[in-house]
Design a protein. Structure first.
Lengths: 422, 343
């Protein structure tokens, strides 16, 4: 019995050490997780704190007389709305006389104000001949000032708002003619050179068309490829080679796919530059390996017994796959697809080569219209000199991260809901 | 379902392959320095006329001219912007590919500034000092050319602060970098008589000495993103940044431009030509596309109108330094008549 006693003693003796090792390991794990969470938290905090202000936009109230002599109801677009805005501003500040001062005064409101008036008259032609108080978009410098990004304590030559402009804004504020409300332009407009008129909608639509093309191409091809390789293909050198190559393709840097797109789709096939069609095809090539690998893993996890049972009941191989294996593997396949698509949504490098990194104002109407994508819009704004683009860049990041989170949550929900334990 | 979607995809890709696409929209490529101005005009043009808004891509001056010169046809760009003049080699390449009619329009000027954070002292530099600080090979103490030994600004000139030389600037693909090397470095390099004499005898060597930026870490390539440079300057008060005047203009509360040859980089000094490091900006139009792609003439008319590039035009708000009115008249006429480029 001495033997067993010494055995339990050995266990006891090392117990403390082993428990300590386990505690240490847990502590390291927790440290790693909390480090990652802290980084993520800092990232979200900086982006949110910088970008949240872009969801509001400053507006200025001016009194417009829609002069019936100047606006011809039949040719609404030809009237000089800029002149109406200027006249109204002169009316608010009659003391401004010199040409240079007037020019500064007109700069309080955005150059887009005249188009806002045109839209108003188009919607309601009965406005012509009336005096109306309207809220028009403020210039980006005024907007930055109203949001506190331009400090009035600075010397005059260091801020983009002069003392004169400051006094005008103060007067407007004291008359309750300045307000900040939810920035609808940001969600309805395309790109613009004026920060106050720019929006992410053009880029969002571009991303949508691009991903649509990607999905239509990559999903059926990827799933078909995975089914063939997993269920039908003989196991030999050739299929091994293909498998290795698919895994390699999944690791190829995305810019390489962009170069491929430039060489084949643009230069050889003559497809249009900047089009979501080409962007979608390039991203489909990039996403294909991801989908194939995920789909194969999902198919592999369906137990052999299901296939055997189906064959035993007289099903053909085709029926086995399409009636039994594929439906059971579908949650895994869909998860893989969504994750692949989310990666495609965040990709800029391949789009650079095929001309989707461009200034495009018009909202694309189809897959051959010039378009950009959300991450590209972020890249373009981050490179713009105007200060107001800083907050818009962060706001666009928030929108993009929002989309990515939705897609990833969808993938997680699908997995949870349809997952089968064998 | 799988089979139908597969065949749809196959048919779609076949149908699109090989067809040439007609274009009803101007395509512009080129310099990232001209990009803010070209996009502003494009947007105004799209709003004020019934034409579609032109698509503007920032590819860099060299990249833009390369695309521009690939040939005539709707798959090539109609206009390219450049922050330097087209080179003879590029004109030849254009001609070889059938691009024979090219209109040159000078659009204005841009100053290149060397700026630092407001937290530290404003410097007054000469081009010679810039060359001695950033040139790859400089004359040593004994007058022989050696690899740049200067580590601190005070090594260059005792009157300058005793701080490490750290300059953030654009990479070699950038037109701003080309212009900076040509105007600031070469401008300072020429001040050494024996190097200047070399220009006649061995032009290649002269260029290699005067236009090469040092690669030992004192000049840090910070990418084409000038906003990023400004943020880095804010974080590091010892560093200097090289970028276009429009970025200084927009960020005057954070960074200050160093004086060069005693002249501060201001709107007035650059347009008068007093500030030495300034260059002209251009756009090049493919004449063969006028009339094929709608709106090119009208776009040029918008760009060359006084409300755009004039002394008080909307482009000056974006940081463009306008040309004197006589020069404006000349290039406006060139643009209207599609005057073919003369080198």
């Amino acid at each position: 019995m001495t033997d067993s006693r010494s055995h339990s003693e050995t266990i006891k003796a090392s117990l403390k050490r082993r428990n300590a090792a386990e505690r240490r390991f847990r502590f390291y794990g927790m440290l790693a997780i909390s480090f990652a969470v802290a980084c993520l938290g800092i990232l979200f905090f900086t982006i949110l704190s910088k970008g949240i202000s872009a969801f509001q936009q400053t507006y200025i109230q001016i009194d417009i007389h829609f002069d019936s002599e100047q606006i011809d109801p039949k040719k609404l677009a030809d009237a000089n709305y800029q002149g109406l805005v200027k006249k109204s501003l002169r009316g608010l500040f009659p003391e401004v006389k010199s040409r240079r001062d007037k020019k500064d005064l007109y700069k309080l409101v955005s150059s887009g104000a005249s188009y806002e008036l045109l839209d108003m008259v188009r919607k309601d032609p009965s406005l012509i001949g009336k005096n109306v108080s309207v809220w028009v978009t403020a210039d980006d410098d005024v907007d930055m000032f109203a949001k506190g990004f331009i400090r009035r304590e600075l010397p005059e030559n260091e801020r983009r708002i002069s003392n004169k402009e400051l006094s005008w804004i103060d007067k407007l504020q004291s008359e309750q003619r300045v307000k900040k409300i939810f920035n609808t332009t940001f969600f309805s407009a395309g790109d613009s050179r004026e920060p106050e008129l720019s929006g992410v909608w053009g880029a969002a639509v571009g991303s949508f068309f691009t991903l649509l093309v990607t999905l239509i191409l990559a999903f059926p091809l990827g799933v078909a490829g995975a089914i063939y390789l997993e269920e039908f293909a003989p196991k030999n050198r050739l299929t091994d080679m293909i498998e290795v190559n698919i895994n390699n393709l999944a690791a190829v840097p995305s810019i390489v796919f962009g170069l491929l797109g430039l060489a084949i789709f643009l230069n050889f096939l003559g497809m249009p530059r900047s089009a979501p069609l080409v962007g979608g095809v390039v991203l489909a090539l990039m996403t294909l390996p991801t989908i194939i690998i995920a789909a194969r893993a999902a198919l592999k996890s369906v137990p052999q017994s299901i296939r055997e049972a189906a064959v035993g009941l007289g099903a053909s191989r085709n029926q086995v796959v399409f009636h039994h294996v594929l439906p059971l593997a579908m949650p895994g396949v869909l998860t893989g697809t969504i994750i692949g698509m989310a990666r495609a949504l965040g990709e800029t490098a391949p789009l650079l080569m095929i001309g989707m990194v461009a200034f495009i104002v018009d909202i694309p109407g189809g897959i051959t219209d010039p378009a950009t994508a959300l991450p590209v819009q972020i890249y373009l704004w981050a490179d713009s000199p105007e200060r107001a683009f800083v907050e818009r860049t962060s706001a666009a990041v928030i929108v993009l991260v929002g989309f990515l989170m939705t897609m990833n949550v969808l993938a997680a929900v699908l997995r949870k809901k349809f997952e089968r334990q064998w | 379902m799988l089979r139908t979607s597969l065949s749809i995809a196959a048919i779609a890709s076949l149908a699109f392959a090989g067809t040439a696409f007609a274009r009803d929209q101007i395509r512009i490529v080129g310099s990232s320095t001209v990009y803010p101005f070209a996009t502003t005009v494009a947007e105004q043009f799209g709003k004020a006329t019934n034409f579609k808004t032109p698509v503007v891509e920032a590819t860099g001056s060299g990249g833009g001219l390369k695309l521009f010169c690939t040939g005539v046809g709707v798959e090539t760009p109609d206009i390219t912007n450049a922050s330097r003049r087209i080179k003879m080699s590029e004109v030849k390449k254009c001609q070889k590919n059938g691009v024979t009619g090219v209109t040159e329009v000078k659009v204005g000027y841009d100053g290149i500034v060397m700026a630092n954070s407001k937290a530290s002292k404003k410097l007054d530099l000469t081009r010679k000092q810039i060359y001695l600080a950033l040139g790859k090979t400089v004359p040593g103490p004994d007058g022989k050319l050696i690899a740049n030994p200067n580590k601190k600004w005070s090594d260059v000139d005792p009157s300058l602060p005793n701080r490490k030389i750290e300059v953030l600037g654009p990479p070699p693909t950038s037109g701003t970098r080309d212009a900076f090397a040509e105007l600031a470095l070469e401008g300072g390099c020429k001040k050494f008589p024996f190097i200047k004499a070399m220009k006649k005898k061995d032009k290649k060597r002269y260029k290699a000495i005067c236009r090469s930026v040092r690669e030992d870490g004192a000049y840090i390539e910070a990418g084409e993103n000038d906003v990023l440079i400004i943020r880095k300057l804010e974080a590091n008060p010892n560093a200097f940044g090289v970028f276009g005047y429009s970025f200084l203009d927009q960020n005057a509360d954070k960074v200050q431009g160093s004086l060069i040859e005693g002249k501060p980089p201001t709107f007035e000094n650059i347009s008068d030509g007093k500030y030495p490091v300034s260059r002209a900006l251009y756009l090049y139009v493919k004449n063969a596309h006028v009339g094929v792609v709608p709106g090119i003439k009208e776009y040029l008319a918008e760009f060359t109108s006084d409300k755009a590039w004039g002394d008080e035009g909307y482009l000056t708000d974006k940081g463009l330094i306008p040309m004197p009115s006589a020069e404006r008249r000349k290039f406006k006429a060139d643009a209207a008549n599609l005057q073919n480029l003369k080198m």
